[in-house]
Design a protein around this ligand. Structure first.
Ligand code: PGA
Length: 247
């Protein structure tokens, strides 16, 4: 696990875009694993700028997203498909037919999850997986629990995640209570992993992830076992690790 300190959110976004750009340049037909949430928004903005400058070409890229709310359709403005279109896909030359997000409208959760695992497999796996991290250490919607789940699965969101996501909805009652998410096995199978963390609210999660024991109670801690995981965290997100003298 390599930890890169960024001075602030803008610096973090630039550094993350640099690493994704390098991946796209090195392998123009690569599979990108993408993430939603507020953290990667700046990274996507940087990637769009580089596309507009003619530096990046997404025409051969495929993508798979980590997760989707169960029950939301693609055109619901809180769905993760909608988020991806708004922040990235609508602004670059990616072929949307090659972009994949779990099907939130599939009511049969076993089918939705099996279909998504099969989709990832048929694409040959993920070359670079981008991740955010929850304040509780979750990745995708893999919430703290007693054991790591391998494949795509349906999860009940924890109260803290529902509360954290309520800011995007008009009321907390509208936040979906379940989601389909890639499992820890899907994430760990990616060739490279890039996790982003910004702000003091993530400092406990970053400390536990990077310097604590590997445990499903801090899902991101499993990344300590990945051969090519990079964490880009800004100074605030690293504040607890610094205070404790481990970084
Ligand atoms: P955030 O969410 O980027 O909005 O903080 C990250 C996550 O919950 O994975």
């Amino acid at each position: 696990m390599r930890i890169i300190e960024a001075a602030n959110y803008e610096d973090l976004s630039r550094k993350a875009a640099d690493l994704i750009a390098a991946q796209v340049i090195l392998k123009p037909d690569c599979v990108l694993g993408l993430a939603t949430g507020s953290t990667p928004e700046g990274t996507y903005k940087e990637l769009v700028t580089r596309y507009e400058q003619g530096v990046l070409d997404f025409s051969q890229i495929s993508s798979v997203n980590l997760d989707e709310y169960r029950g939301l359709s693609q055109d619901n403005d809180q769905s993760y498909r909608y988020f991806m279109n708004r922040h990235l896909f609508d602004h670059v030359n990616i072929d949307k037919a090659r972009t994949h997000v779990p099907n939130g409208k599939e009511p049969d959760s076993d089918k939705a999850c099996a279909d998504y695992d099969a989709q990832i497999l048929s694409m040959g796996g993920v070359d670079l997986q981008l991740l955010g991290i929850g304040g509780n250490g979750h990745i995708g919607f893999n919430e703290p629990c007693d054991e790591f789940v391998v494949g795509t699965h349906c999860v009940n969101l924890t109260q803290s995640t529902i509360e954290a996501n309520a800011r995007f909805f008009s009321s907390i009652d509208e936040v979906p209570k379940q989601a389909y998410t890639m499992g820890i096995g899907n994430i760990m199978a990616a060739k490279k992993i890039l996790l982003l963390a910004s702000g003091a609210g993530k400092s406990q999660a970053i400390f536990d992830t990077c310097f604590g024991p590997v445990t499903p109670h801090v899902p991101a801690s499993v990344l300590q076992l990945h051969p090519d995981a990079v964490i880009i965290a800004d100074t605030e997100a690293l504040s607890l690790a610094k205070e404790k003298g481990v970084f």
